[in-house]
Design a binder for this molecule. Structure first.
Ligand SMILES: Cc1cc2nc3c(=O)[nH]c(=O)nc-3n(C[C@H](O)[C@H](O)[C@H](O)COP(=O)(O)OP(=O)(O)OC[C@H]3O[C@@H](n4cnc5c(N)ncnc54)[C@H](O)[C@@H]3O)c2cc1C
Length: 468
């Protein structure tokens, strides 16, 4: 063990091989604080070459590697198991924006660059990098790619996979595959890039990426609409898509309970309506022309929605600060939930057209099985993605309710599958949903995945126990 760590130190430098409990602690605990793993050491290489040499050493010694970016993942993918046999390999020191090409509209980055820093670099070049999620101040591009992260911009710009043109990867043998191509067309055999995206560190370590940039909109306008039900949210979204087309850049659904939790735990945030409504839609219209154009699009669409009886009430942000305030309501839902206590989370997707019916059918099933449970339902409606979280009834101890996790999952995930949906829309599988994946994927699909894993990582050293 000591000899192994000494060789790691010889590669990365003594300061960047952590093996004390205090030094390793932040890298071993998952973001939700549900699980703390154990590791031989945390390795913090400072270059792609060091990553490759460390991986080669781990392959020689058969030491499992858990790649880690910002450690904001929600499915126990970025933390080691309790055995203490693995090393965590943090990409945090690979944090350079290598190049920005405003004509090709691409930015080439190290995998450890924080998402917000990519957004800022794009904005400084008068471009937009549209990936946006509440963890953007600490998650990394490597983690975003490895989880194929979604967020609030997917409706218009797609998820991380659709934003990536090229990758640089250290393979499980310690070779460097340089696929940092900024090409929008490249039909030269199997798409290795797409294989690594969403692989959650089980096939290799992403060390760099070429990401797409977009023209920055001239103006964006945000509004919050109050609605009678999810069915009306779908009708509103459809109306906005018809009228605003690609200018509709955000559409988020939030139930009354979500805003109630935010108001309770973050009282300084705005309370847009004096009354409570069953559902809310946060919507954003962007214009490449002008602020007036964005306002005009929004007014015409919301006017039509009022006329059609779809919307009960609406507030429109008239300043950047107000717009920020409305978005903060949405972004604070996960934090408000965490402050409120533990709950049983589901990150699901469904055909957009089935969402209202799914909620209408599944909520009563949950109530019947777990009377009084509270459904914290919010999500990226335009992508068919719901965070369908089940909290204990008021006054019931959180830990006592969590014993129902398996039974709650069965109600929710069986319903998801019956509606043709997915049990993981954007957070991935990690260790948390591995058994659920095995339960719901067909044997053919699972065998294909296992064959890919065995071919690319025959020693099974890359994040073993995650996904499969
Ligand atoms: C408050 C909050 C809000 C969130 N909102 C969203 C959301 O809207 N949409 C969404 O999709 N997710 C969301 N997430 C989940 C999380 O932020 C994303 O999954 C994010 O992409 C993870 O990035 P990370 O750098 O933190 O990766 P980590 O958590 O460190 O790792 C995630 C997975 O990727 C692997 N990995 C990390 N870096 C690399 C690499 N360089 N090479 C190979 N494998 C690697 C890890 O082994 C692990 O399996 C949210 C999380 C929080 C805490």
């Amino acid at each position: 063990m000591t000899a192994f760590l000494d060789r790691c130190r010889a590669i990365a430098g003594a300061d960047f091989v952590l093996d004390t409990p205090a030094g390793m602690a932040p890298f071993l605990r998952d973001w939700r604080g549900r699980f703390t793993g154990s590791a031989r050491a945390v390795l913090r290489p400072g270059s792609v070459d060091e990553v490759a040499r460390l991986v080669r050493l781990c392959a020689d010694e058969r030491v499992p590697i858990v790649p880690q970016g910002g450690n904001t993942g929600l499915v126990l993918g970025s933390v080691p198991d309790a055995s203490g046999s693995a090393v965590v390999l943090s990409l945090a020191r690979l944090a350079t924006i290598r190049a920005l090409d405003p004509v090709n509209r691409t930015v080439t980055v190290d995998a450890g660059v924080i998402l917000q820093h990519v957004q800022e670099a794009a904005a400084a070049a008068d471009c937009l990098f549209p990936l946006s999620l509440a963890a953007e101040g600490s998650c990394t591009i490597g983690g975003n790619l490895s989880t194929n992260a979604g967020g609030t911009g997917v409706l218009r710009y797609g998820n991380t996979r659709e934003l990536c043109l090229g990758l640089e990867v250290v393979t499980p043998a310690g070779d460097i595959w340089s696929g940092l191509r900024g090409l929008r067309k490249d039909n030269t055999g199997y798409d290795l890039r797409d294989l690594y995206i969403g692989a959650e560190g089980t096939l290799g370590i992403i060390t760099g990426a070429v990401m797409k940039l977009y023209p920055a909109p001239k103006a964006s306008i945000t509004a919050l609409a109050a609605l009678p039900s999810p069915e009306y949210a779908l009708r509103l979204q459809s109306l906005l898509q018809d009228r605003a087309g690609a200018s509709l850049t955000g559409f988020e659904l939030m139930s009354a309970l979500c805003l109630d939790l935010v108001a309770r735990h973050f009282p300084a945030l705005p309370r847009p309506f004096p009354a409570t409504y069953p559902q809310y839609a946060l919507l954003e219209i962007s214009s490449s022309e002008s602020a007036d154009h964005a306002v005009q699009l929004l007014e015409s669409a919301t006017g039509a929605a009022f006329d059609a009886g779809i919307v009960l009430d609406a507030v429109v942000a008239t300043s950047v600060a107000q717009s920020r305030g409305l978005w903060q309501l949405r972004e604070h839902i996960p934090l408000a939930q965490a402050a409120d206590g533990k709950n049983i989370k589901h990150d699901i997707s469904l055909p957009v057209s089935s969402i209202a019916e799914f909620i209408a059918r599944t909520e009563p099933q949950l109530q019947q099985a777990f009377p009084g449970c509270r459904l914290v339902c919010f999500g990226h409606l335009g992508d068919g993605n719901l965070h369908f979280n089940v909290a204990p009834p008021p006054g019931v101890d959180n830990e006592a309710f969590l014993v129902n996790q398996e039974a709650v999952n069965r109600v929710v995930h069986d319903a998801v599958v019956a509606f043709g949906g997915s049990i993981s829309a954007e957070h991935g599988i990690g260790a948390l949903k591995r058994d659920e994946l095995a339960r719901y994927k067909s044997p053919v699909e699972l065998n294909l995945m296992r064959a890919i894993k065995a071919a690319l990582d025959p020693l099974n050293i890359m994040n073993p126990g995650k996904i499969l």
